[in-house]
Design a protein around this ligand. Structure first.
Ligand code: OAD
Ligand code: ZN
Length: 240
């Protein structure tokens, strides 16, 4: 085992208050494609450009087809050893706050009980007319799902570019980042705000900050640990 993994493992074992921020990279080994980088295009479209309000306004059917495809993949996906290690971390250190940019629900499926889903939940729809939020487990909702109550178009209940995050969740995330002893950020390109800035908040408040990712990110510069590799291989070593 490499020395920085060993050292971080020791720090995690001693810590009482831990924060974890995850992004699409932690679910990549469960078969869910990430938004940026090498995982490629969906029908010639850049996935990060479909998860936007502009795309939904321009072409709701296309955005729904993209989400139906993701919902179908996610329905078949299972938590991987990276998710499982984070569930062990929470079980062992109760003051662990897991915040995620992922909408797939795999952290809860792995057993984490307190998860701040900053970017929403792909299994919910929200009515663009009356605002009703509903859980909808059928993976493919067709290209033009409508509200049963008011007939307006439904959208996925996720946060897109140009939209604000839920204030209460964000408040909890910043409070946890400001008071933790260690913050891990895992599988995120760290380019989407405000999620990307939580690690800097933790660092300024005196926490040890660590990044586990396939590649370096804009946040790598101020990290105490940068561990390059697959989350599903590194996390089980950090939380045996
Ligand atoms: P990205 O797709 O931007 O970044 C994924 C990161 O994970 C990259 O830096 C990869 O190198 C890394 N990665 C890939 N496989 C990995 C593995 N097996 N182990 C470790 N790291 C791995 O995803 P996010 O940062 O999550 O928003 O993207 C942020 C937001 O942008 C998403 O939540 C999404 C998108 O717009 C919404 O849909 C609301
Ligand atoms: Zn409605």
């Amino acid at each position: 085992m490499n020395e920085s993994i060993l050292a971080l493992r020791e720090e995690l074992a001693q810590a009482q208050r831990i924060c974890v921020m995850t992004g699409a990279g932690i679910s990549a080994e469960s078969g869910i494609p990430t938004f940026r980088g090498s995982s490629g295009l969906w029908r010639n479209h850049n996935p990060a450009e479909l998860a936007t309000r502009e795309a939904f306004t321009r072409n709701p059917a296309l955005v729904w087809e993209f989400y139906n495809w993701r919902r179908t993949l996610i329905a078949a996906a299972r938590p991987n050893p990276g998710h499982e290690a984070l569930a062990r971390l929470e079980a062992r250190t109760p003051q662990t706050t897991l915040m995620t940019q992922n909408v797939d629900g795999l952290h809860r499926l792995a057993g984490n009980t307190s998860v701040l889903q900053l970017h929403g939940n792909i299994w919910e729809t929200r009515c663009t007319g009356c605002g009703r939020v509903q859980e909808q487990r059928t993976p493919d909702l067709g290209s033009n799902p409508r509200c049963e109550k008011c007939g307006a178009a439904l959208r996925p209940n996720v946060v897109w570019f140009g939209e604000s995050l839920n204030e209460e969740l964000l408040g909890k995330a910043f409070a946890a980042a400001s008071t933790c002893e260690i913050m891990l950020t895992i599988g995120t390109s760290a380019v989407v705000q405000p999620a990307a800035s939580l690690a800097g908040t933790a660092k300024r408040a005196g926490a040890v900050v660590a990044e586990i990712n396939l590649e370096r990110t804009p946040n790598s510069l101020f990290m105490d640990y940068v561990i390059l590799g697959k989350a599903g291989e590194i996390l089980p070593q950090l939380v045996p």
